[in-house]
Ligand binder design. Structure first.
Ligand SMILES: NC(=O)c1ccc[n+]([C@@H]2O[C@H](COP(=O)([O-])OP(=O)(O)OC[C@H]3O[C@@H](n4cnc5c(N)ncnc54)[C@H](O)[C@@H]3O)[C@@H](O)[C@H]2O)c1
Length: 277
């Protein structure tokens, strides 16, 4: 029996993840949606039902390897294939680098970094086994390419996702696998991310102090975004089709990336050229 192509989206209950799921459904794909929040997940499922898309909705905490493995098993039991995998679930904490708590680090790295790692470890071997063309999209952030004050924990997790994704792409290329990789790096846009604490497990302990000025800066950045989550989803699907690795949906991200690279090269020149005898 032939099945429609299958997309898997984590963090599909809200924001970018929901829009990715809807965009895949509009492509005629079956969609597996996963999230920790039951009610928003059910809302995404209802939207997919309206589009007539075959859908499997699963509660899944991506920071837990066994739950991601169960998601992969459920996907293969239902459809026996995955064409596009979106490791998208994420959370954010704000605060000064020396004030973030150990719990802030465990929670953020657990979801943002290990969530992506677990997705790759559980799904990619099965995708390789299937031997058909496929694509993995890991959601990082512009904060994974350049850094701003007040986001050390988040930026560290997202820089790690960028590095992990670059290696994943090279590893797959190295074995001639027909699996492409993209890393999605949006700048600020309005979603539910600023209310991430709603999903923070209570047993993890306290968060460090968040400065009102940082929260206001993020709110203003989101409000000023010229694009929304559905634009990000559309541009991501275009990147998959054209096999582009870096997906930078905001035009202005180019400036902060160029400034960072310029700074690295200027400091390199300082050692290797200007200081030469
Ligand atoms: N909104 C932005 O400004 C922005 C910018 C750059 C990158 N991102 C990234 O985009 C991704 C999606 O975030 P968003 O902005 O749509 O926020 P969002 O809060 O609207 O959506 C994130 C989803 O992830 C889910 N989630 C949280 N913890 C989870 C866990 N442990 N397991 C499974 N699901 C979990 C949430 O319930 C939510 O549905 C994140 O990785 C985020 O870091 C967002």
């Amino acid at each position: 029996m032939s099945h429609p192509p299958v997309a898997v989206v984590t963090g599909a209950g809200s924001g970018i993840g929901r829009e990715l799921a809807l965009a895949c459904a509009q492509e005629g794909m079956a969609v597996v949606i996963a999230d920790v929040e039951p009610a928003p997940l059910a809302q995404t499922q209802a939207l997919l039902d309206e589009l007539g898309a075959p859908c499997l909705a699963r509660l899944c905490d991506v920071s837990k390897a066994q739950e991601v493995e169960a998601l992969a098993t459920a996907t293969w039991d239902r459809w026996g294939r995955v064409d596009w995998l979106f490791n998208n679930a994420g959370v954010a904490v704000l605060g000064r680098a020396w004030e973030a708590t150990e719990a802030d680090w465990h929670w953020t790295l657990g979801v943002n970094l290990l969530g992506v790692v677990h997705g790759v470890r559980s799904f990619v071997p099965r995708m390789l086994g299937a031997g058909r063309a496929a694509h993995v999209v890991n959601t990082a952030s512009a904060a994974g390419l350049a850094s701003v004050a007040g986001s050390s924990v988040y930026a560290a997790s997202k820089h790690a996702v960028v590095g992990f994704s670059e290696c994943l792409a090279k590893d797959l290329e190295g074995i001639g696998a027909p699996i492409g990789v993209s890393v999605l790096c949006p700048s600020l846009l309005p979603t539910g991310i600023q209310a991430s604490a709603r999903n923070r497990p209570p047993d993890l302990g306290l968060t460090g102090p968040t400065l009102a000025v940082l929260e206001e800066r993020v709110r203003a950045g989101m409000a000023a975004s010229p694009i929304g989550a559905s634009d990000v989803a559309r541009l991501t699907l275009e990147a998959i089709r054209s096999r582009r690795f870096y997906v930078l949906p905001h035009a202005h991200t180019a400036t902060s990336v160029a400034q960072r690279v310029e700074r690295i090269l200027a400091d390199h020149r300082h050692i290797h050229q200007e200081n030469q005898p």
